[in-house]
Design a protein around this ligand. Structure first.
Ligand SMILES: Nc1ncnc2c1ncn2[C@@H]1O[C@H](COP(=O)(O)OP(=O)(O)O)[C@@H](O)[C@H]1O
Ligand SMILES: [Mg+2]
Length: 421
């Protein structure tokens, strides 16, 4: 007998999945990387940026620009949109323009920034800048030469500019024009962080901020327009209930007018409904998507907590697990959490903090939305806090276990003296 069962009519799983794509016409259109033809409610920013950059098409140097606005307000997409138009027009009118886009969250050191910009000007004859090894001023001198040899006007976009480590490269770049004989350069810096420029070298600050462009948050009705446009391209007609777009938009508007959040909610809701083989996306799936996003956020926050906070969380998780087994309701006081925490510190040979300090860290976990710590009155015994997890999550356990400190605790059990059972 063969180890594999004979093929039945149910085979060709992929064939079937490929043919029917649920209610999606074009899944990609719901993704953050998709570039729509029109960007609703950003006409003003597009026009302003284009007005600032148009000198490039006359061979002149555009002013530098600093753009800011919260995440998901369309800064990146507007910039790329205008960049594409600039290159198209440049070709059409026979003007030599370059558009260099760098995400400083990815390229975050001075050296790599200069090297990445240089990569745009490399041809088969030019010498490459190695990944490491050259002194920065040599890299910079080389880059200058490459830009000048290439000629024309270059617009350099530094997206997430606040993520760049140090501002020496910014200083050099902002005065590069004084050292070029043929070519011209202008810089567009983008940030979510309003305070970013306050900490810059004043010369960089004034140079970068020759022009400022603000991206206000979208309101709920603007988000609806953005979503409607995508739904038309991405989904088959009548595949979502009428109240789905308003709900996604309202939730994302609460978040701070974040178009990325609105799109994520809609895409995830559609994907979940689709996987269940349903014919319509309803409000229920938006709620499920919202919960999933919130859980993902909490997991991410937990992953980056300092070890002491992870130990506190572990104490709460262990107690909760224990209570679950004995079917008792799971809330605990600061004192109870502290006892388990101290025990965990002993086992892991970690210095334990005072109960006062632990109370502060518990408040912090509360503020981050990981636990709820409600103050309750115990009559004449004063006040205490009732602590419990905001979301029951097995994943949290797994994340805490990733911390090296957990290695020593793998067989740990809450002992009876740490809390009355
Ligand atoms: N006006 C708009 N029209 C269509 N899609 C938009 C618009 N603004 C933002 N988006 C979409 O929302 C998401 C976030 O926009 P993005 O430009 O990355 O925001 P930011 O850079 O400000 O954080 C992207 O997927 C983008 O396609
Ligand atoms: Mg962006």
């Amino acid at each position: 007998m063969s180890f594999f069962p004979a093929k039945t009519v149910n085979s060709d799983i992929f064939g079937k999945l490929l043919k029917s794509d649920g209610f999606f016409i074009d899944r990609e259109a719901m993704r953050p990387s998709y570039m729509p033809n029109i960007l609703p409610h950003r006409e003003e920013q597009i026009n302003e940026l284009a007005t600032i950059l148009v000198p490039a098409l006359r061979g002149e140097t555009p002013s530098n620009v600093f753009m800011y606005g919260k995440t998901g307000t369309g800064k990146t997409i507007v910039t790329k949109y205008v960049g594409e138009e600039l290159l198209k027009k440049g070709e059409e009118v026979g003007k030599h323009v370059n558009f260099v886009y760098i995400n400083c969250e990815v390229v975050d050191t001075q050296y790599r920034l200069l090297q990445n910009i240089a990569n745009h000007f490399i041809n088969e004859w030019s010498e490459r800048i190695p990944f490491t090894g050259w002194p920065t001023d040599e890299v910079f001198a080389k880059l200058q030469k490459m830009i000048d040899k290439n000629g024309g006007v270059t617009v350099i976009i530094l997206d997430e500019i606040d993520k760049l480590k140090g501002d020496e490269a910014l200083y050099n770049l902002s005065r590069v024009n004084t050292q070029l004989s043929k070519a011209k350069v202008s810089i567009v810096g983008i940030s979510n962080d309003l305070k970013f420029t306050e900490f810059l070298d004043p010369r960089v600050k004034s140079s970068l901020g020759e022009e400022n462009l603000i991206f206000p948050p979208y309101d709920a009705s603007q988000l609806q327009d953005i979503l409607k446009q995508r739904v038309k391209i991405a989904l088959k007609p009548h595949s979502i209930d009428d109240d789905v777009i308003p709900l996604c938009s309202a939730l994302a508007a609460q978040e701070h007018g974040d178009a990325r959040r609105a799109l994520d909610l809609l895409r995830m809701a559609a994907e979940i409904a689709d996987r269940q083989g349903l014919i319509k996306v309803t409000k229920k799936f938006v709620r499920i998507a919202q919960n999933k996003i919130e859980l993902d956020r909490i997991n991410e926050v937990v992953r980056t907590l300092p070890t002491q906070s992870k130990l506190i969380l572990l104490a709460i998780l262990l107690q909760e697990e224990h209570d679950k087994k004995s079917n008792s309701p799971s809330t605990m006081t600061t004192g109870e959490v502290y006892e388990i925490y101290k025990d965990l510190c002993k086992k892991t040979r970690t210095d334990s903090l005072t109960q006062r300090r632990i109370a502060d860290l518990i408040s912090e976990l509360d503020m981050l939305g990981i636990i709820t710590a409600r103050v309750i009155s115990k009559g004449r015994y004063g006040r205490t806090r009732e602590i419990k997890l905001s979301n029951p999550s097995d994943e949290l356990f797994d994340i805490v276990k990733e911390d090296p400190v957990y290695g020593e605790l793998s067989n740990y059990k809450v002992r009876s003296q740490t809390r009355l059972l």
